[in-house]
Design a binder for this molecule. Structure first.
Ligand code: ZN
Length: 259
């Protein structure tokens, strides 16, 4: 299980990195090596903590709801693929709400700003999260698995889609127009998520979707008519690369609050 997850993460990272080299969106404004060291360093740290603290509880919850047939999805005799689809769609909706709360609730924003403080956006940005945010996410996920009665494959598929779609929409890629139009009808393309990483706060507080673009459309948080060429990535408060190194990112939630 853990090997497959690492393979999906590593495979996606390599695949989108190669695409970024072949069809880049624009040159980096800060050296890529330092950003990659920070973003992958924090990813390794996070995966160790998450595997030690939360993975056993997630697996036990999945086993518990399976053996006792607990949860909303086990109330009716649904076909297996319906259960899996419902798991992915419902967990993505809650992820949308959770992401929105990360922007709107000052306490959560303290953690989520670690992700938004990246000065450029590429496939490595998809791994840049503070362990505090990921720990609260893991607790919410355990509660949702219990509520839904989600099974192992449903949760695994959701997590894999989150990793791969997130790596894609953070990538610095020139996506062909025809592909973007098609993909955008259901999912979140890089141009949509680029607006979410803008230094302009009004633009940042939009486009919260991870897998599906549906929630932003329905709940009216979609912003699309923005000139992509003038989008500046990052946060106004963190413009000096020397002040957002790995150790700064780890303590960032506990430093002074910034918008
Ligand atoms: Zn965000």
């Amino acid at each position: 299980m853990e090997v497959t997850r690492t393979f999906i993460f590593g495979g996606g990272l390599l695949f989108f990195l190669i695409l970024e080299l072949l069809i880049p969106y624009r040159p980096s404004s800060v050296p890529r090596v330092t950003r990659w060291f920070n973003n992958l360093g924090i990813a390794v740290f996070n995966s160790i903590i998450l595997n030690l603290l939360f993975a056993p509880f997630i697996m036990q919850t999945i086993a518990y709801v399976h053996t006792r047939q607990r949860g909303v999805l086990n109330l009716w005799p649904l076909q297996y693929w319906v259960k899996v689809l419902a798991t992915v769609v419902f967990l993505d909706l809650i992820l949308y709400v959770w992401h929105l709360l990360n922007h709107e609730v000052p306490f959560f924003w303290r953690f989520h700003r670690v992700h938004h403080s990246d000065l450029n956006m590429d496939v490595s940005t998809a791994s840049r999260f503070h362990i505090g945010e990921l720990s609260i996410s893991a607790v919410i996920k355990i509660g949702l698995i219990f509520f839904l009665g989600a099974d192992l494959f449903g949760v695994f598929l959701f997590e894999s889609l989150v990793v791969l779609t997130s790596q894609f929409h953070h990538s610095s890629l020139t996506v062909p127009v025809w592909f973007e139009r098609l993909y955008w009808t259901l999912f979140v393309p890089p141009s949509m998520h680029r607006i979410h990483h803008s230094v302009v706060i009004k633009e940042r507080n939009s486009n919260y979707g991870t897998i599906f673009s549906l929630w932003d459309r329905i709940l009216e948080t979609l912003l699309s008519q923005i000139d992509q060429a003038r989008i500046k990535i990052g946060m106004g408060a963190y413009q000096n690369p020397e002040k957002i190194k790995l150790h700064h990112l780890l303590i960032m939630p506990f430093t002074k609050s910034v918008k």
